[in-house]
Write a protein that binds this ligand. Structure first.
Ligand code: ADP
Ligand code: 5GP
Length: 212
């Protein structure tokens, strides 16, 4: 199967986590790359499933050892994608989906140029603030940092191949799913396409000779 990395970025609260979890529940051809972070786990988050929660020293040791395909400081904490996670999912024959910020997405796309970059946009800032406050995962300061960061992230939207608005969740999930399907049929991704087409053309030559 043709597989590739799928990068989802969005302002915090726009719905990336909700969308990738739904996609993974609906499709067996997608696996998640569990990132590393130095932030503390939120209620209900499981080490090794939602993130690998690392101390700053351990994160730095792995960074220096070259274990990250990309890493960045986001909202004052370190986050990074392990090369081993990406390879684990791809070598298992599945697309690898990642939830990474705009700085990390740019680094990752240089390391894996076959990646599909999708930006999830909220329907409005009122909705974004409402979702962030309803999630109740942040202090007032944390919320302010995320809103400031959202401005910076929106400025980088030009780096992305696709933009999906997350208004109605079902519609957003089915759009991301449709993008993945369409990307699988991209000419540039087809393995051995030249040989396949050359074979078809040669076969046509024989057929034309027979009919002529
Ligand atoms: P992100 O991962 O981008 O920070 P989340 O996936 O955690 O965002 O979503 C933030 C909050 O918004 C969560 O409480 C989630 O349940 C809610 N949410 C996500 N998408 C929608 C949607 N389409 N409609 C309503 N609520 C949503
Ligand atoms: P949260 O702490 O809310 O889970 O994520 C905060 C931000 O960190 C989000 O913008 C998310 O996309 C980003 N993020 C999560 N994992 C990674 C990662 O591995 N690398 C980078 N660069 N950003 C990440």
């Amino acid at each position: 199967m043709i597989t590739f990395p799928i990068v989802l970025s969005a302002p915090s609260g726009a719905g990336k986590t909700t969308i990738y979890k739904r996609l993974m529940a609906e499709r067996s051809d997608i696996g998640y790359s569990v990132s590393c972070t130095t932030r503390a786990p939120r209620d209900g988050e499981v080490n090794g499933t939602d993130y690998h929660f690392l101390s700053p020293d351990e994160f730095e040791r792995r960074r220096v050892a070259g274990e990250f395909a990309e890493c960045a400081q986001v909202h004052d904490r370190a986050y990074g994608t392990l090369r081993s996670e990406v390879q684990r999912v791809l070598s298992g024959g599945r697309h690898v989906i990642m939830d990474i910020d705009v700085q990390g997405a740019a680094q990752f796309a240089r390391a894996f140029p076959q990646s599909v970059l999708i930006f999830i946009i909220p329907p409005s800032i009122d909705v974004l603030v409402e979702r962030l406050t309803r999630r109740a995962s942040e202090s007032r300061d944390g919320l302010l940092t995320r809103l400031r960061n959202a401005q910076m992230e929106l400025h980088e939207i030009g780096r992305y191949h696709y933009v999906v608005e997350n208004d109605d969740l079902d519609r957003a999930v089915s759009r991301v799913s449709a993008i993945i399907d369409a990307e699988m049929t991209r000419r540039e991704r087809a393995p051995m396409l030249d040989e396949q087409v050359a074979g078809l053309i040669a076969r046509l030559e024989t057929e034309i000779t027979n009919y002529a």
